[in-house]
Design a protein around this ligand. Sequence first.
Ligand SMILES: [Zn+2]
Length: 296
Amino acid sequence: MNGIHDIGIQNSLAENLDGLIKNGRLPHAIMLRGGSEALRQRLSLFLAEAFVCEGDSKPCGKCSHCLKAQSGNHPDIITADPSVQGEKTFKIALVREIKDDAYIIPNEARSKVYILRSADKMNIQAQNALLKLIEEPPTYARFILECDSSAAMLETIMSRVTLFDLGADKDEISDELRKKADETAARLAAAILQPTEYEFMKITAEFEKDKNLFEPTLPALQLIFRDAVIIKAVSDITLSGHADISRQAASKLTMNALMKMTREIDNFRESINRNANKNLLITRFCAVMRSSAYER
Ligand SMILES: [Zn+2]
């Protein structure tokens, strides 16, 4: 195994992690966010190896634990990856499997490490199940959550994990743009509840001037409607930070409309990922969202 500086993460992050490992202070629940999937996986394996290593400077790369970790055969490094099972989401059943396994003491190492790929694909129920486990884990258990974005993660999960940002892979989204996207999403959601489409169209027109704004606005908008769905269905728990708008949407729109809108936003996000023409998408966006909200 090469050193932490060979993984391809930013220097500052490598320094930070290196310090934590050397001082034996690597947190028991870690979230690796952003970067490419491959980068997250390389770092997860490195950290897992550091967790199980019995050498002096961890991971030493030479002890039996390190060697097994490198060959992917360490019995105490467990990877949960929904895509391996052909699943698009990280199901609660998989979280329960992890939970059951976590209470069985390690086979060989002092720690038992769980790598959770695509943790951001967990729904609320799955996240809540995971929360219970990482809140009061067996002393030897370690968790590494990999995710592309943490936008859909519960606040309570975020407060229990130590977050390490690997940075955006290709087109980095600045904090400033993210904030603007969040505000725009809130304005869009409020506008769709207006009786006329004037305000909604006006905001959509801003995307034509600032095309970079469209993409990060979609997940933020989706979160507001997802919150509305949850408010309508079960309880007043919100994730988006725009609880008022979600509550209004929940009271003004039908469940079908809310579900349809979150699905449509999914479609738009997929189209962007497939590099569809953004101008056309923005034009369609207005019509599709309005009709999803109000069609019977
Ligand atoms: Zn070792």
